[in-house]
Structures are given as C-alpha cells and as structure tokens.
Design a protein around this ligand. Structure first.
Ligand code: C5P
Length: 273
C-alpha cells in the first residue's frame, strides 16, 4: 500500500514545567500540512525499512501495533529531517493508519493515537489527520475546526536537538495567559489577522539563542515581505503565513533566490483521508 505522510507545523507551543516523567507539559495547536513523505508499506516476515535510522519510528509504530507481524516500509523523504515538522512522527502515524486498514483491524483513531504516544510525542496529533489542540506531553488531542492557510516553509539547515532546546526553555507559569487559547479562538473565527497575531512558540527564543541561523532566516523572510514568521516545534524550520497561494509562491521563490531551502505549501483541513 502506498500512503502519504503529511508533516505538521505548530501554530502555538506553550511549554510548562516538566511533569513527573521528565517530559514538559505542553499545549499546542498542531496543523497538518500538504508537504508529505510517501511511504510504501508491505507485510513482511521481518521489520525492515530503508531509512537507515537505528531508532526508526516507522518500525517502532509497527511493533507497537503488533510485535509479532513484520512489515517492510520504504520512505520517499520529502519532509526535511530534524526540522520541527514532525517528519519521523508523520511516517510513524502513516504506518499505524495503513496497517490498521491493510489488516482490517478497525481500530478507532483514538486507539491508534494511544499506540502512537508510545512511539513519540508528535505521533498522536499526526494520527488524527486534522488540526488539533495537543495537550499533556502530546498524548491528549482534540480536533479543531480550521480553515486552510497558505504557508512558506524555510529550513535553516541546522539540526536542533529537541532535548537541548527544551532544557534551555524558561517554563511558562501555569496561570499565565495561554497563547494556545487565543489561537483556538482565532481559528474558530477563521480570521487571518487574529491567527497571525496569535502565533506563538515558547521554544523559539531558546532555539534562536542556540542557533542564530534561525533568527537570520526569520529576518530574511521579513525582508522578503513576510508579515508574520514563526519557528515550528523545537526547530529549526520556520514558516510564514501568506494571504494567497500566489503570495506564498512568490515569497518561496524570493527565499530560494536568496539561497534558502524553501517550499510553498498549505495547512490541511479536517477529516482528510
Ligand atoms: O518525544 P521526543 O522523544 O521527540 O522528545 C525528545 C526529548 O525532548 C525528550 O527526551 C525530552 O528531553 C524533550 N521533551 C520534553 N518535553 C516534551 C517533549 C520532549 O522535555 N513534552
């Protein structure tokens, strides 16, 4: 079976104090995007992949579903690796969804999301295949209604260590106003300016301190005409909201001309396959 594995961007990411398990408590609006890996999945006697990663998330996902039934996964990689776009998690989510269908298991999304939580923090959100409010360390997801947004993505070409960026983050106090609440309200209104104003990521400042290249990309995007620019996840990818597909293409072209790896893409709405 050949399936698509869409990446994500975080429109918000509120980071609170670590919980008992060492993971920070999060609140985030996670938006799936059109930029996707393509996976070919077949039943197999073994657990095999061509990604070359020792801790391959595709195989962890297949094992979480059924440790006895092997699978062979080939990945056509289009999502930049280590970029805050959930690339490895997107592949793991796609494996869970595909095997559920191929094997006629009929497991509900909520069960697949629970299994995904054993694989990585971003997997439950990506299994939902919808804009979601993500809470806890990622295991709690609530679907959100949201229009599609045109985006320009830029990869600064540096690899952020998720652990290092979280460790450098000053945790949000539990009673501070939540940027994620403001974003949920802005999305419900479907208002571009309100959404642009509510974009927020607590990991952006620490990631930029660790990797000044991220700040340089943000400046370049603003110089090229972007209105609102934010880092996604724990970095290093940065995205800009655009008001039309044409504006996104123009901005991506301008960034490519300046020597940056950039893509024009868009967020995906609810209930996509
Ligand atoms: O979930 P994942 O394995 O991608 O996380 C990598 C590291 O990022 C964790 O080991 C932890 O140090 C940090 N992290 C965190 N709180 C989260 C998610 C990740 O502290 N909610």
């Amino acid at each position: 079976m050949t399936v698509s594995a869409p990446a994500k961007v975080n429109f918000t990411l509120d980071v609170f104090a670590p919980r008992g398990d060492g993971y920070h408590a999060l609140r985030s609006v996670v938006m799936p995007i059109a930029l996707a890996d393509e996976l070919e999945i077949e039943e197999s006697d073994d657990f095999i992949t061509d990604t070359g990663y020792g801790d391959d998330l595709c195989l962890k996902a297949a094992r979480a579903l059924d440790s006895e039934r092997g699978v062979c996964v080939r990945v056509k990689k289009r999502i930049p690796v280590g970029g805050g776009l959930g690339g490895g998690s997107a592949d793991a989510a796609a494996v869970l969804l595909a095997l559920n269908e191929m094997r006629g298991l009929g497991l509900p999304r909520e069960r697949l999301a629970e299994l995904g939580a054993q694989v990585g923090s971003d997997v439950p959100s990506l299994v939902m295949r919808s804009p979601v409010l993500m809470e806890g360390r990622g295991e709690k997801t609530t679907k959100l209604e949201a229009p599609c947004f045109e985006l320009v993505l830029v990869n600064p070409g540096v690899n952020c260590s998720t652990r290092e960026v979280y460790a450098a983050c000053a945790n949000r106090s539990p009673d501070s106003a939540s940027p994620t609440d403001a974003m949920v309200a802005a999305l419900a209104k479907g208002d571009f300016d309100a959404v642009a104003a509510a974009l927020s990521n607590d990991l952006e400042a620490p990631a930029m301190r660790l990797h000044p290249e991220i700040a340089a990309v943000k400046s370049a995007l603003c110089e090229a005409g972007a209105e609102r620019v934010l880092m996604s996840g724990s970095g290093s990818s940065v995205f800009a909201l655009a008001r039309s597909r044409e504006a996104a293409r123009e901005l991506a072209g301008e960034m490519s001309a300046r020597g940056f790896s950039s893509w024009a893409t868009h967020t995906l709405g609810n209930n996509m396959v």
